[in-house]
Design a protein around this ligand. Structure first.
Ligand SMILES: C[S@@+](CC[C@H](N)C(=O)[O-])C[C@H]1O[C@@H](n2cnc3c(N)ncnc32)[C@H](O)[C@@H]1O
Ligand code: SF4
Length: 371
């Protein structure tokens, strides 16, 4: 198996030709062992019987797409759902169909309680370069409130494995703003996470997604003021530890920024594989059939997996580029914003406006002023 994969590795590595636009790949794995009640992602807990057929369909779909796509891929992100739940050899076999540029970034999202040395060794052999761990909190009470299946010890042992197997880049996902979370508990989460010395942390304010059980229970909605305070504490502690905020919700050591997310924020092209996956090429966006059953059937029948799509006009694309860039340290050109009227929310940086810490909390309000 390893021999076969290494041959594939050589066969499917390629250089990006000339000045072609950078290309990324997203692979969606829509299976979870239990459903977190704040989560709106396309994922199922009762369809594990589809896993083998699903990964075979993803493999075939990728091979089919790259029969005509001449560009090699700069970054791959395998997200979910729970990619660490499915057999690693089948996932890696699908990834082997992707032609990568030398040094490409390949990230797989993992739930901490799934991580073992064997799983990570299989990923490393399959050209995975980066692990993103769904930590959310390092406080047992908050993990329980979030309905998570893991505990902080699972996170510590997962990070040990990540280091033992030799991954030098990894991310910890955190969530703040769970109802009744105290500031000292969030502080504890940040300190325990930083104690693991991660090169990258994403911290997301808990969002009430329509249609989720959380949305049906207003008593558990996060408090905006508490969340704002938690964001400021996160930025202070993470910055003091040497992690640089490079996008509203993302901090990294220099050189460990997530290249795949940067590709999204720069409006580059990406192809999405698997059910509900989104794609974008040169201003046209489309998304795949939502359920794994329909996706598997479409691939088997040689049909398109696209459910629907849209083409952005030039003006919408231009404004979207500014909105995305505003959220990053790149900021926006001075003439895109009346920065003087947004006192304290943006500051000048060379010939650009960039968000201040306070401005990052109000990024959406600033974005509506872009011109
Ligand atoms: C879709 S999950 C997949 C990863 C993995 N299954 C997990 O939950 O750990 C990716 C990340 O999105 C974030 N996330 C999901 N739903 C969210 C919500 N309603 N509000 C804020 N963050 C959310 C979590 O931090 C999670 O790690
Ligand atoms: S948050 Fe992660 S583990 Fe929970 S249901 Fe969503 S994808 Fe699955």
């Amino acid at each position: 198996m390893i021999g076969e994969l290494s041959m594939k590795k050589t066969a499917r590595s390629a250089h990006r030709s000339g000045d072609a636009a950078p290309l990324g790949v997203y692979v969606h794995v829509p299976f979870c062992s239990s459903r977190c009640d704040y989560c709106a992602f396309a994922t199922w807990t009762d369809r594990h019987h589809l896993i083998d057929d699903y990964l075979a369909a993803v493999r075939r779909d990728i091979a089919r797409a790259f029969a005509t796509e001449s560009r090699a891929v700069e970054s791959v992100f395998v997200g979910g759902g729970t990619p660490s739940l499915v057999p690693a050899d089948l996932l890696v076999a699908a990834l082997a169909e992707i032609p990568l540029v030398p040094g490409a970034e390949v990230t797989v999202e993992c739930n901490p309680d799934d991580v073992t040395d064997e799983l990570l060794a299989a990923f490393a052999e399959g050209r995975v370069t980066r692990i993103s761990l769904g930590v959310q909190s390092m406080v047992p009470r908050i993990l329980e409130l979030l309905g998570r299946q893991h505990d902080p010890d699972n996170v510590i042992s997962a990070v040990d494995s990540i280091r033992r197997i030799g991954f030098t880049s990894f991310n910890l996902d955190l969530i703040y703003g769970t109802a009744t979370e105290r500031l000292d508990e969030w502080h504890t989460t940040l300190e325990r996470a930083l104690h693991l010395d991660p090169p990258h942390i994403s911290a997301y304010g808990l969002t009430v997604e329509p249609g989720t059980p959380l949305a049906a229970d207003p008593a558990r909605y996060p408090d905006d003021d508490v969340q704002a305070e938690e964001y400021e504490v996160a930025d202070e502690l993470l910055t003091a530890a040497g992690l640089v905020n490079y996008e509203v919700s993302n901090w990294s050591r220099p050189g460990h920024e997530c290249r795949h997310n940067l590709l999204y924020w720069r409006q580059h092209d990406y192809l999405g594989f698997g059910c509900a996956a989104h794609s974008h090429v040169a201003g046209r966006r489309w998304w795949n059939l939502r359920t794994p059953e329909r996706y598997v059937a479409a691939v088997a029948d040689g049909q398109a997996t696209e459910a629907a799509g849209e083409t952005l006009d030039a003006e919408t694309r231009r404004l979207e580029a500014l909105q995305l860039s505003l959220r990053t340290t790149a900021g926006v050109p001075r003439d895109a914003l009346d920065g003087e009227s947004l006192d304290g929310l943006v500051e000048p940086c060379g010939d650009r406006w960039v968000l201040t810490r306070h401005g990052r909390l109000l990024a959406n309000e600033v974005a509506v002023r872009l011109r």
